[in-house]
Design a protein around this ligand. Structure first.
Ligand SMILES: NCc1[nH]cc(CCC(=O)O)c1CC(=O)O
Length: 313
């Protein structure tokens, strides 16, 4: 062969991504994986950056301005308009119920799903009445459970912005996903929080690739890089979310781990003041998403009316 095929499509595949440094790092990982799996040349994939409303609006909590769709809407539009062939997302930011024209074709190997505490070596080491910056209802509730004296303050922006706000002394501490820090080569920042202390968000640390459901050739090409265990565990965590009918207002944590042929699934919902936690632990068969949804519903059944109300639209 005198040439390397550029891609199997006679043209570069256009990969849509948000433009944040983390999103771009994840897009590059995806492009590299596809190129390696298929022996394509380096220019077989063209990265197309799309600004999302989530990137544009920085002064309000995501939950208050339209939820997770704000991370995907513009990328979805580009896919539908045929301007891109695939979208790369942090699975944590992808709505639980997607329109069926979109197909999650693959996930990359999951990074560390845990959260990190930045600004203090532990929750105990924080000063009295600490101010903790986060706009995640889950993290806020979990912090209040550990430190009822804490004040939670709205904290948005990309990883670098948040670290800058912390450095400027706006808060005593903040929380970030270890995955994002690792993928930005900032794995030295912060202290890992064990999952027993802070169960992560469903899908945290996972990168997924979405394609139009009708686009079989691209779906097939992308399926080649799917990481099976990540796909199975993240789909199970998303099933819990479906069962709960949660939104980004809802403090929900869930983590599934592969255990032989089964999954070990853990999930909890927490009241915003941290005073009420309802949790479940379950071993279940890998593809049994109905059992995952049932676990979500079981959590709600055991919750107080006030906590349950956070899950009603
Ligand atoms: N909501 C923002 C977001 N979406 C995905 C990540 C991190 C990477 C991941 O969890 O996959 C982050 C930042 C954070 O929570 O620290």
């Amino acid at each position: 062969m005198l040439f390397t095929p550029q891609s199997d499509f006679g043209r570069p595949l256009r990969l849509g991504t948000r433009g944040s440094p983390l999103a771009l790092a994840q897009a590059r990982l995806t492009a590299q994986a596809l190129i390696a799996a298929h022996g394509w040349s380096a220019d077989a994939i063209k990265i197309v950056t799309v600004q999302t409303s989530g990137d544009r609006i920085q002064d309000r909590a995501l939950a208050d301005i339209g939820g997770k769709a704000l991370w995907t809407k513009e990328l979805d539009r580009a896919l539908v308009a045929g301007e891109t062939d695939l979208s790369v997302h942090s699975m944590k930011d992808v709505e639980t119920v997607r329109h069926d024209i979109f197909h999650i074709a693959a996930m990359l190997p999951r990074a560390d799903p845990r959260d990190k505490l930045i600004g203090a070596s532990s929750f105990d080491a924080l000063p009295p009445n600490p101010i903790v910056g986060t706009s995640s209802p889950r993290r806020g509730a979990q912090v209040k459970r550990l430190r009822p004296d804490a004040t939670i303050t709205l904290f948005r922006g990309n990883v670098a912005t948040r670290l800058a706000k912390l450095a400027a002394g706006e808060v005593h501490a903040t929380l970030l996903a270890a995955a994002g820090l690792d993928r930005l080569d900032q794995g030295n920042v912060g202290t890992i929080i064990p999952v027993d202390t802070m169960l992560p968000a469903p899908s945290q640390g996972a990168v997924g690739i979405e394609i139009l459901a009708g686009n079989a050739p691209v779906i097939e090409a992308v399926a080649a890089i799917n990481h099976r265990d990540t796909f199975d565990t993240v789909m199970m965590e998303r099933a819990v979310l479906r069962g709960l009918g949660g939104t980004c207002h809802s403090p929900i944590a869930a983590l599934a781990l592969v255990d032989g042929d089964d999954l070990m699934l853990r999930a909890e919902i927490i009241s915003p003041d941290g005073q009420e936690t309802v949790s479940e632990n379950l071993r279940l068969a890998c593809g049994d998403l109905d059992a995952g949804e049932a676990l979500g519903r079981a959590l709600l059944d055991r919750a107080s009316p006030a906590l349950r109300a956070l899950f009603e639209a």
